[in-house]
Ligand binder design. Structure first.
Ligand SMILES: Nc1ncnc2c1ncn2[C@@H]1O[C@H](COP(=O)(O)OP(=O)(O)OP(=O)(O)O)[C@@H](O)[C@H]1O
Ligand SMILES: [Mg+2]
Length: 257
């Protein structure tokens, strides 16, 4: 059984679409179904939080969406193009242009400075050095990392490395930002910086799919998709508190005494 998001939106603009997506790992000959028939559509500009208990398949799902893991069956479409059948090299090209990642292991290049780590994806994608530098300066500033620009990643704290990984993922202005618990190692101040930047890029139209355990982080999203045992068990928009009328407001005359 799969939960289908209600229809009615224009699927032409879907950045992500999966059709009956399945991932079965073989654990020493024992099959483990990590993703079990997921139909997910994410529209351009949406900010989707993926939640669910440990082992529910969140990382497996986002890894497949970014081509870091292969699917067992089903289809994955990115920007209207079928991608689950692509070769690894075709995926590498596509990722360079369209997908930014922030994962739990940051994979920063050890012998390059923070600044170069952030500029590299933009340069690989064809930005001029001036454009790459400008984007890097903006991102490092937004994340409070400007003073660390010339340091090698090994000299940074875990939370700083995580923010560099976010800056790097956003360097290309990707069609899709995938993040697996991007605030997992951060203290509350750094979490605030990361969330502020995510909110800012989202307000400029960035599509974001983010795994999180943290309900406060998820509350920044437009929509929460809940996974359980590899299936979508809930998929709903988050009501915007600003749009809810406050109780007692709206011309109600309060009578006392
Ligand atoms: N490389 C792998 N080989 C075998 N089994 C795997 C592999 N990766 C994940 N699994 C299994 O697939 C299931 C889903 O794992 P996944 O990592 O996607 O969960 P998750 O929701 O991200 O959990 P967490 O919140 O702990 O990060 C689990 O049962 C896990 O043990
Ligand atoms: Mg995970």
């Amino acid at each position: 059984m799969t939960f289908r998001r209600r229809a009615g939106r224009d699927s032409m603009t879907a950045v992500i679409k999966t059709v009956n997506l399945v991932k079965i790992y073989q654990n020493g000959g024992v099959p483990v179904t990590a993703i079990d028939g997921v139909d997910l559509e994410v529209q351009s500009g949406e900010f989707v939080a993926i939640m669910g208990p440990s082992g529910s398949g969140k990382s497996t799902l986002v890894h497949m969406l970014g081509g870091l893991d292969t699917r067992t069956s089903g289809e994955i479409w990115l920007d209207g193009k079928r991608v689950d059948t692509l070769s690894e090299s075709a995926w590498a090209m596509l990722r360079r242009k369209k997908v930014g990642f922030v994962f739990q292991f940051f994979n920063l290049v050890a012998n390059m400075t923070v600044a170069d780590n952030v500029e590299l994806p933009a340069l690989l994608a064809g930005a001029t050095p001036a454009q790459a530098r400008e984007r890097r300066e903006y991102l490092l500033d937004a994340l409070g990392l400007t003073e660390r620009a010339d340091a090698p990643p090994a000299q940074l704290a875990g939370g700083e490395q995580q923010r560099v990984a976010l800056a790097r993922a956003l360097a290309n202005e990707p069609s899709l930002l995938l993040a697996d618990e991007p605030t997992g190692n951060l203290d509350s101040r750094n979490t605030r910086d990361v969330l502020r930047l995510l909110g800012e890029v989202h307000s400029r139209g960035q599509t974001i799919v983010m795994v999180t355990h943290d309900a406060r982080v998820a509350s920044l999203a437009d929509r929460v998709v809940s996974l359980l045992d590899g299936q979508i068990v809930d998929d709903g928009e988050i009501p915007t508190p600003r749009l809810r009328p406050r109780s007692g407001a709206g011309g109600v005359v309060e009578l006392r005494g």
